[in-house]
Structures are given as structure tokens and as C-alpha cells.
Design a protein around this ligand. Sequence first.
Ligand code: NAD
Length: 434
Amino acid sequence: MKIAILGTGYVGLSTGVCLGVIGHDVTCIDINEQKIKQLNRGISPIYEPELEKLLTENIDAGRLHFTTAHQKAIAESEVIIVAVGTPQGDDGAADLTYLHQAAKDIAANIKENTIVVIKSTVPIGTNDSIKALIEDLCGFPIKLVSNPEFLRQGSAIYDTLHAERIVIGSDQQDASEKICKMYEPFNVPIMITSIRSAEMIKYAANAFLATKISYINEMANLCEMVGANVEEVAMGMGKDHRIGSAFLQAGIGYGGSCFPKDVKALVHTAGKYGFDIPLLKETMKVNENQRVRLLKKALHRFRDVNGRKIVILGLAFKPETDDMREAPSITIAEGLIKLGAEVVAYDPVAADNARKIIGDKIKYAESIDEAVTGADAVMIVTEWKVFKELELKEMVTKMKHPIIFDGRNCYLEEKVRACKNIEYYPIGKPPIIQ
Ligand code: NAD
């Protein structure tokens, strides 16, 4: 099938590469010339495991093309997938500026019988309004399918190739059948719903996961007070299949380009109908508080961090990605700077993106060793494998004070206890001080 994709971000690029893997002829379009230049040379502008390898394989096989020119790719495609960003607007609603421009780009070039597939996360009712907008501009009826995306950054390729479900929202049977056929080689469950249900599924799922995270974080905070261990509590809860063990890892809050903005957008949508969702408002409030949890622990320990060298290990909002959008590390770094600390950070891949947001108010180390040498304390902010596997015993010998605030509970008790003189403050578990 000849497919055009608008937007080569985490979603558009992963989708494009994976559709190439199953044999489709895919042209990815982006307005960012720099990105397209890089992609045409087989270089991925984002970090995702497996992405670059499959990118070059599919370019070499002639199944994957990149361009900034909408015209030809849209006119020649049977299916046009929209994966442009829908960031958070000033009022909390999704900002649909990119989507509206994409709709205009499509309308100016689309041929009859082409199917438009909206993959971007959009407020309920948006697919209908985009269909009306395109039809208004192009002058003939089009086919449109809502196809929300559920991939996780850090495993975007795996998730696309092994999706737990593909949701296709449509009231045009021929269109949904064709999109089912397009995805058929993935051999994953596909469910067909109404357009509005498809839009709602995406928001309801993300808001639920965000709430589950805030819930376990609140339990972790209470565990610290009553002397329980949140990992034991989560394991005991998770064995109940009605609860499930996923998303019960206590930490310093959710971040990234989806959960924060999608929860806000859902609350905003509800508000438009005069419906308040206090549960989701609390989810957001709990998350804000959780982000400053390590700062509070550091202040409790030191009283004053002014002039102290505090190291942040991990800047990306989660491991295996270079994405810094809404990363808790931003709040932590800025909080520490305000308190007068000397902040040094290390991340295996996200330092360049972090510099664009946090700037040069903090130092970016080239290695863990360089970062931790002479440190008054280390804060573990992202649970990268390299941090989980590091020789803790050796690391603490390089620090001025062997004090660790672990925001992601990376270490087993034995590993911590093997270190001399360590002070270890995890989340939702008793500290280890020896
Ligand atoms: P992104 O910001 O990484 O990429 C969007 C891309 O679209 C950019 O490269 C931008 O230049 C391009 N673009 C903007 N307007 C364009 C136009 N008119 N024509 C062609 N390209 C255009 O975004 P993302 O993280 O891939 O997210 C895309 C959508 O998918 C969002 O709605 C997001 O909420 C949703 N989503 C994201 C994830 C995720 O993990 N990132 C997961 C599920 C759903």
C-alpha cells in the first residue's frame, strides 16, 4: 500500500519504519528540513532502540522515503496518516495548530477515495471537525479514520510491531476495512469502534495510567510515614489480577509528552461540558508534589543545600529515550539552582536536549565518574540500566559524602548495605543509614 505520514516525531517515524517493515511503501513528510535531511542520510533525529537500524534497512530496500514536500506524497497515496504534535495549549486544552495546518496541507493535495487516518491524540470531537474542514477545502467527501496511538517512548518500535491492540474508530466501513488490511501483517488484535469512542479510549487510558502512578506514589509517601515498604505493598497489590502489577512502581512522578498534557486536556474537555473531574485534578496535584519529593528529602537531610555539589543522574523523562518534555529532572534541577546548589548532571543520551531547556545553569558531565566525584549527594532521577547496574560500592568512594536520594528505587537492599558509611534515601521504603 502507498502511505504518506505527516510528522516524523516519535509516533510518525516509528509508525513509518514499522509499516515499511511489513512491506508498505511509505513516504514520511515533515516541515522540519533539518530532520528530513538527517533522515534521508539514514540518521534518526530521535533516540529509540532499534529505530536507526530499521530506518536504514527500509531506506535501502526502497520502502521508506522522506520529504518536506506534501504535494506529491499526498496526491499519490492511498492512505494518509497524521502524526503531528498536539501540545498543551496555554489554557490546558490541546493546541491543534499543527493539526489544522496538516488538514490544510492534505486538503490542497488529496485525491478522491484516499483515507485520512488521524493518529495524533486529539480531543473528543476533533476527528469530525477535521473531516469537515478537509471536505470544505477540497470540495468532495473524504474517508477518515481515528487511530489513536498507544506506543511507549523507549520501546516505540517494539510496541508498534507487537501492539496489545490497534483501535480503529470509523463510521465508514470500507475505510476501516482498508486500515485493518494495512495493519493485518502485524498480526495483533484490532478493534473497531465509533470515532468518538476511539478518541475517548486514548484519553481514558492515559488518564487511568497517570492516576495509577499518582496512587502508588501517595501510598509510597504514606509507607514512609508508617514504616512500610512500598515495593512489598505494590507486589502484594499487583498479585490481584483486578489490580495488576504494571504501573505500581513508586517514584518521583510521571512526565513526558503525553500523560501531563493528556490528563490536562481531558479535564479541559470535561469542563467544556460543565463536568468537573476531581479525581484527575488530584492526580495532577499529587504528581506536582511528587516531583519535588527529592528536593524535600535533601532539604530535610542538609537543612541548606547552598554551595553543595548535588548530582542528578538521569535527565530524560524515562529511560531509553532522549525526550526531555515535562521531565521531572527539570523541576529538580531548577529547584536545586534556586536553593544555591552546584548542580552537575549526567544522562547517557538526553544531555543535548536538556541543555535546550535547562540551559547552562547546570553542568553536564561526560560520565558518571566525572559527575559523582566530590559530590555531596547524588539524586537518581531516571532509572537508566547503566545506573541500576553501576558499582554502588565503588561510586560512593568517589563522593565527598556518600548520600544518595534514589527517586526510582534502583537498588536492592543488599547492594546498598554492601557500601560502607552510606546514607540511602529511597521512595516509600525505610532509609538505610550505616
Ligand atoms: P513530535 O513533536 O515528536 O513530532 C511531531 C512532528 O510533526 C514534528 O517533527 C513536526 O515538525 C511535524 N509537523 C508539524 N506540522 C506538520 C505538518 N503540517 N506536516 C508535516 N509535519 C508536521 O510528536 P510525537 O511525540 O510523535 O506525537 C505526535 C502525536 O502522537 C501527538 O498528538 C501525541 O500526543 C501523540 N502520541 C505520542 C506518543 C509519544 O509517546 N510521543 C504516544 C502516543 C500518542
